[in-house]
Ligand binder design. Sequence first.
Ligand SMILES: Nc1nc2c(ncn2[C@@H]2O[C@H](COP(=O)(O)OP(=O)(O)OP(=O)(O)O)[C@@H](O)[C@H]2O)c(=O)[nH]1
Ligand SMILES: [Mg+2]
Length: 317
Amino acid sequence: MSVDITRLISGALKKDKVSVSKLITLVETNPLNSISVIMRIPYQPKTTHIVGFTGAAGVGKSTLINAVATLLAREGGSVAIIAVDPRSPITGGAIMGDRVRMKDVPKEVYVRSMTTHEEESLPLKTLLTIELLERLGFDYVILETPGAGQFSTRIMSVADTIVVVLMPESGDEIQAIKAGIMEIGDIYVVNKADLPGANLTYNQVLFALNSAERRGWTPRVILTNALSIASVEPLVSAIKDHAVFVRKIGLNIEKRTLRRSLELQLIIEEELSKVIKEVSTPQTTLFKEFEKLLRDGGSLKEFLKRIKEEVSSRINE
Ligand SMILES: Nc1nc2c(ncn2[C@@H]2O[C@H](COP(=O)(O)OP(=O)(O)OP(=O)(O)O)[C@@H](O)[C@H]2O)c(=O)[nH]1
Ligand SMILES: [Mg+2]
């Protein structure tokens, strides 16, 4: 086992796709245990730039990422793509699994699709996979996430550069403005520029941003047609400009701290959730005290103190 992992790590450091995949599978299967594997990879002083693409279903995120990765790889950059694919806990089916279109990326680009539960947005396994890819020395890690709910806030603690993807829309106000997604992007892309209404949407986005400045960076707005790689070049330049900016002000260090704090929070949650389940089953004293409180009344403050006592004594067992 251990010899295998040593071999996997040395393969993955050479960007061998099979080795990288096997290591990510270890992370996915048991995130907590995989930390000991990740720690065995020598720390890389080189910084990985993490780019998050977010936006509504079908706007062209995958097609754009494909083009961006192709251009970065042509310049000799090593690129890994993680497409986060939420599954509905109700139907269990993939919402967009069959829509991830990354078949045309150059062979040196690593692509991985990662299923998550809809409600857990960026789970520990995804964060640890980023940690792993950083240690493996990838120049760029590109994340594709749906632009809904929790995802858009968590991506801010994870990606150094956030690209919000939109497409031409009819109607008075574009959906993204209503959805509050205009707060999070470093770069806004109006994709499908070949469709009617692209210029109008472009102007609406510019107007909505109103030259907003974020710590010295004015968000860029770019028109693309992801089906033509050449039209994606300005987006790649903007990503590189933002990477320079981020490093200049140390934002990448802050982001890594935020991400690791989120990792720690998720590890603690995972560890504590077992204890929480144990102390709240109907057989426990705590449950009986809870029922008594509901039946006879009493001090809620005292009861909350009892919860802490029970939880900590169970942890210390
Ligand atoms: N006309 C036109 N079609 C595009 C463009 N970019 C992407 N498409 C098409 O739009 C459809 C959706 O593209 P995807 O890249 O899968 O979009 P996505 O945002 O990744 O979709 P989900 O992952 O399902 O949310 C595909 O049929 C693409 O070929 C574009 O610039 N112009
Ligand atoms: Mg997609």
